[in-house]
Design a protein around this ligand. Structure first.
Ligand SMILES: [Zn+2]
Ligand SMILES: [Zn+2]
Length: 274
């Protein structure tokens, strides 16, 4: 599969297994054209050992991936998946600036204190107006896009994970979100992990991808692997989804000097990036 996988985790986050080197080995064995390690940035304000590494581990994580980068030049990228939460924006910005990340994935996992994708907190859905949940989530994702901190937006419609869909098509809200993403110039990943969640489909859904494509938003691919063997999982389906939405290619990250965010190069499906 001549695609890169930019969304992978490691044992450091407390709910995944495998070291970065194992993820890279699987990427090589499956013929991927690049891999980004993008473990969870310590969750602020209160790091949860089941959700992310601790602040004190971040330097070791960066050093470990940088050493792999040196062994696999132009193949391994140092990424991070950061939570977008309005109240921790400044602290996240300074952590992202302190380390030479090639890219950052911006993800919304929380509405206020509620972890929307956390199975331990699934009961909250029953107490909420589901349309309001989606609207608030879209608002935060748009804010994340406009924050300027992120290269890629992670699992764009994560709020569907457990199968709670809105009761009506949120056309106005969705159009506004797509417009904000397009203006911000941020990438959106096709994240195949959703295929293995209760919702049983990749993030984002075809309808959203079609709107993103029409608006000129470029895509990347991410397995959201939490085990080495999940690297590049279901990328064949992801390409079919992308093509169905109108995409003819994707955004490839290209190495820049350390400390400078990776450059983005458009590549057509099926071609060899030379
Ligand atoms: Zn995770
Ligand atoms: Zn995530």
């Amino acid at each position: 599969m001549r695609l890169p996988d930019y969304h992978t985790h490691t044992v450091r986050c407390g709910h995944a297994c495998g070291d970065p080197a194992e993820y890279v080995a699987v990427a090589r064995s499956r013929g991927l054209i690049g891999i980004g390690i993008a473990d969870h940035l310590p969750l602020l304000p209160d790091p949860d050992p089941e959700l992310s590494m601790e602040l004190g581990d971040l330097g070791d994580y960066v050093a470990e991936v940088l050493s792999l980068k040196a062994t696999h030049p132009a193949y391994v990228f140092l990424g991070i998946e950061a939570d977008y939460r309005p109240q921790t924006l400044a602290e996240v910005a300074s952590l992202l600036a302190e380390h030479p990340f090639d890219y950052a994935i911006g993800s919304v996992h929380h509405l206020g204190a509620w972890g929307i994708d956390d199975p331990r907190q699934i009961g909250e859905y029953a107490d909420r107006d589901i349309d309001d949940v989606w609207i608030e989530y879209f608002q935060l994702v748009g804010d994340a896009a406009e924050s300027g901190l992120f290269t890629i937006l992670g699992h764009l419609d994560l709020v569907k994970k457990f199968g709670y869909r809105p009761t009506r098509t949120l056309t106005i809200e969705l159009d506004r979100l797509v417009d904000r993403i397009a203006r911000a110039g941020v990438l959106v990943e096709i994240n195949t992990a959703g295929l293995h969640k209760p919702i049983g489909e990749a993030y984002p859904t075809l309808d959203i991808l079609q709107r993103l494509c029409a608006a000129g938003v470029a895509i990347t691919f991410g397995s959201d692997a939490h085990r080495p063997e999940e690297v590049g999982r279901d990328f064949g389906q992801a390409v079919e989804l992308a093509r169905a939405a109108g995409y003819e290619g994707f955004a490839l990250l290209e190495a820049a000097p350390d400390g400078v965010r990776a450059r983005i190069r458009p590549v057509r499906f099926g071609t060899r990036p030379g």
